[in-house]
Design a binder for this molecule. Structure first.
Ligand code: FMN
Length: 356
């Protein structure tokens, strides 16, 4: 157990460093295939555009959500502190990274609990892998939520990453049943969350039936875990063959396709995966997203400090407000009524799959 817990913690640090130092984005989200309809006479005042929204019973100043990234190594505590302070001040929600390392080694719990200390009012989401839910059940779920006094628990799905890691868990059996049991018995809403490969309509429908409180589509086109794992392992192929990681950089459902398949099939939806501007956020909301998760673009600013991070978050929200203004939508609810144009390969994929 001791060896395994050290591996979990140091892997988290490897991931962080690779994300900061290397290009780990791959693919196409599909946002460039989406065009909001310009309203040449919008009948609203940009100064009074209100991006405020409700999510799982919480009032948020905007639909921007700081997606799960970190914690679990002593060096990550300050990053979480900065993210939490800024989330609290901005009135937005935030997820922490997988809490597995702190559940294996309670000495690391402060790298997560700092988040609730610094963000007493914020909507906070705990995080644990589906495999840990299968193997350790409600007990770990409860500990993860307690650790940060979370308002919801994200159960992350990362079987692409597990399949590529030589030391990964390659047996996914029993995870769905474990999630179903958790949803039935747990005291806070469970968010089923992909981490970069997207969620299909069929999987989403199964998750709603199982009792999921929300789905985070975590689609393809942004942070790419095949690329990260490839860089971590030195991208070694065998003979003439490219490494497994390289082949599977191209695997996943693009964020926009996944969002269109999942939105409207059950409960609230978070659009995460390659959301890079407030205009992407506006497009996601028009396609049915309730929140928009952003991870990678916030990492380097969070390392630099609160001012830097606040600046980026402010820019995202301002871009969203301008897009809402130019669409003639005073609120996210109004924006959701504005059907955007969908072109190109995204349209083709949606037609193939019977999406909207
Ligand atoms: C450095 C880093 C660490 C991450 N760690 C986790 C994690 O522990 N748990 C999780 O559910 N998602 C994790 N993610 C995935 C993000 O929450 C998000 O789903 C994904 O990065 C796509 O968003 P992006 O393209 O904006 O980065 C991590 C992402 C990054 C960049």
């Amino acid at each position: 157990m001791e060896k395994r817990r050290d591996i979990t913690a140091s892997r988290k640090l490897d991931h962080l460093r690779i994300c900061l130092e290397r290009n780990i984005e791959r693919g196409r989200t599909g946002f460039s295939d989406v065009r909001l309809v310009h309203d040449a006479l919008p009948e609203c005042d940009l100064n009074f555009i209100n991006p405020g929204t409700e999510f799982l019973g919480h009032t948020l100043s905007s639909p921007l959500f700081i997606a799960a990234m970190t914690g679990g190594h002593p060096e990550t505590k300050e990053v979480n502190r900065t993210l939490a302070r800024v989330a609290d001040e901005a009135g937005i929600g935030m997820g922490v990274g997988s809490q597995r390392a702190a559940l294996e080694n309670p000495a690391l719990a402060d790298t997560f609990s700092v988040v609730r200390e610094e963000a007493p009012r914020a909507f906070l989401v705990a995080n644990i892998g589906a495999i840990q839910i299968r193997d350790y059940g409600l007990e770990w779920a409860e500990k993860a939520v307690e650790m940060i006094e979370a308002d919801a628990l994200a159960v992350h799905l990362n079987f692409l990453q597990e399949a590529i890691q030589p030391e990964g868990d390659h047996d996914a059996r029993g995870c769905f049943d474990a999630i179903e049991e958790l949803c039935r018995e747990f005291r806070v809403p469970v968010i089923v969350k992909e981490t970069g490969s997207g969620i299909s309509r069929v999987t989403a429908e199964a998750c709603w039936r199982a009792g999921a409180g929300a789905i985070d589509v975590g689609g393809w086109g942004g942070t790419n875990w095949a690329a990260i794992e490839g860089l971590r392992s030195g991208n070694k192929g065998t003979g003439e063959r490219p490494p497994l990681s390289r082949v599977f950089e191209d695997w996943g459902i693009p964020t926009v396709v996944s969002l269109c398949e999942v939105a409207g099939t059950g409960g609230p939806v978070i659009a995460t995966g390659g959301v890079r501007t407030g205009l992407d956020m506006a497009k996601a909301i028009a396609l049915g997203a309730d929140l928009c998760g952003v991870a990678l673009p916030l990492l380097s600013p969070a390392m630099k400090g609160e001012q830097e991070l606040s600046g980026i978050i402010h820019a995202f929200v301002q871009e969203l407000r301008v897009a809402m203004f130019l669409s003639g939508a005073k609120t996210p609810t109004a924006l959701r009524q504005k059907k955007p144009y969908i072109t190109g390969i995204t349209r083709q994929m949606l037609c193939n799959n019977g999406g909207k």
